[in-house]
Design a protein around this ligand. Sequence first.
Ligand code: ZN
Ligand code: ZN
Length: 602
Amino acid sequence: MAKRQRLMVHHHHQEEEDEESSEGEEEERGQFCDADEEDEERQDGSQQQRQQQQGSKIKIKLASNICKVCGQRGHSAGFQGSVYVDCINKPCYLCKTLGHTTATCPYRIISPGFGVKPASGPQGSLARSIAMREVSPSSSKSLPCPPRQPKFQVSAAIMKLHTRRVTVLEFHPQRENVVLSADKKGGIAAWDFAKVNERTLYSDCHKYLVSGMKHVSWFGDPTFATGSADGTAKLLDLECGLHSQMIDLNPNGYTTEKEWKMVNSVEVSTDLKAIICGDSDGRVHILDPRQKRCVTSLQLHKTGNKVCCLGIHPHESRLVASGSNDHTVRLFDVRGFCSRLLDEGIRPSAPGPSTVSPAVGSGGPSGDQQQQQQKKQPRGGKSHVSHPAEIAQLPHPRVVNAVSFSPITGQRLLTTCQDNRLRVWDNTLSACNGDGPNREIVHSHDFNRYLSPFKAEWDPKDLTESNFVIGRYISEDHGGVALHACDIIRADTGAYTAQLFDYNLPTISPVNKPHPTRDLIVSGSSRSLFLWSRVADDEDDVEEGAAVGPRDTSAAESSAAPGRHRLQPRIPFTLYDADPDSEKKKPKGGKGKGKGKGSDSD
Ligand SMILES: [Zn+2]
Ligand SMILES: [Zn+2]
C-alpha cells in the first residue's frame, strides 16, 4: 500500500514536470518554496504590497521572529513590502553562495566588472591563439562601439492575448509590426502592435505547450516550423493558417507518462534546408520539411533528458549547439548524423547501445521498432558515449535554458543556465576546443516553476554582437512597487547596457525578443505581450514628466506611488484587453478566435 502511494506521488511529479518546459532539479529549488508559491499572485499584487509596506516596520519588530523558511528563531524571511528578505541560513538567492543575503549580495551592485568571472578553461591551444589573434573583438580596436545606453518604455500592451502563459516570441518575417507568440496550451498568435487590438489566433496547431517556433525562410509563404510538448513538429503557414506535421514522436498515441515524448526545441538550418528539433529523451532529429518526415535522429544527450534548446551558427549551419537538463551544452556537426546513419545502415548490428533510430513517420513498422528499441534503454541518466557528430561538450552546473551563437558572425557563444549564470565564449573555436567560457555573468533568472524559462536573446541589430536581452526574476523596489527588469547586458564585459523598468509592466517577463530592425523589444509576461519602445535620444534631457501621454488607469495606477525611484513616462501607452473569454470586449477591429488571413491589411 505504501509502495503504491509512493508510485502515485512519483507519477504526479512526472506529470507536473512534463508540463513545464525545461524543468529539472525541483528538489534544489524546494528550499525557496515559501517564496515561490506566492510568486504568481505577488506579481499582480502591487497594491497589496504597498499596504504591507506601510505596516512593515511594525511587523518586523513585533510579529514572527521565527523564520518561515528554515523554522529557526532570531530572524525572519519573506516579503516586507515589495522587498523579499532572504533567510540567512540559505544560500544567496542570486549568486547561490552562503554567508550573505540577496539584498547584500555583491553581485546585486550593478556596475562593470561585477558578477563577471574570467575564463576557467585551458588557454594555451594553438587554434585558440590563432582565433583570438585573428578575430577576437578585444584585439580589434576598429570595431564600432556598442550603441549608447538606450532608454525604453512600454508603449503598448495586449492583455490576455493567450489563454495560458507565453512561451515563445518571434517576429513576422515580412510585417515589421507583427510579432508571433505561442503559449503553454499550444496556442499561437500574431499581434499587430502598431494597431494594438489586431491579432490572429492559430489555436488548433498544437495541443500542448509550444516549445519553439522558427521561420522557414526558403518557403514562399511566411511559414514557421513549430515544436510542442504534444510530441509533434509542424509547419504553420501564417497566411492560410494551415499546418502540416513533420514528425510525431508518439506514433502509437499515449501509453504511459514515462513513454510520452515531447519536442522541446526547434531550429531551422537554411543551408541544409532542414528543421532540427530536440526531444525530451535526449535525441536530436533532422527533419525534411518538403517531404515532411524525419531524415535521421541521434542520441546526443543522456536518455530521459530534455534537449531544452538549440542554436545554429549563422554561417556554418552544420555547426549546431544543443543544451539540455543533463547539464551540458554539446556542439555537433550535423554532417556527422548522416555518415553515422550510413554506417548503421550498412552494419545494423553495430556495437554499442543504439544511437540512431529508424526515421519516424516514414511509414511501416518503423514506429514499432523504435518503440521496442527505446524500451530496452534505461531512462534517466544513462551515461552518454560521445558521438562522431559531437565536437565538444561544455559542462554546466545546472539545466541549460538557452544556447545561441552571436547573430552576425557566430563568433560568440552565449548560454543561459539555471545556476543564475550567463556564460559567454568570445570565440566559437575555443568552445569547439572544449575550453571554458571567457566570462560568467551572475544574473537572476533561475526560477521557472510557474514561468516560462528565461532565455538570453541576442540583439540582432547590434553589429558589435555585444548586447543581449534577458528578463530578470528578482525585483527592484521603485517607490514601493516591485518591478522586474528586462535587462540589456553586454556580452563582452558583463556590464548592464540598460535595465528596463516600467510601471505598466509590473509582472515578470521571462520571454523577450529584440526586433530585428527597429529599436523595439517585445516581452511576454504571463498571458500578455508588452512592447518596449525606445525613447528618442533628444528626449533624454527633457524635464521629467514633460511628455506624459494618456495612460490606462488600471495598469498605470501604480505609477502614482511615491518614492524617489519614481519612473517618469515619456511616451503614450496604449493597452488592449484581448481576453478571449469575454466576447463583449472585442471591438470592430479585432478578429478574435480562429485561423484565417493575417490580421493586418498593410
Ligand atoms: Zn531562516
Ligand atoms: Zn550573493
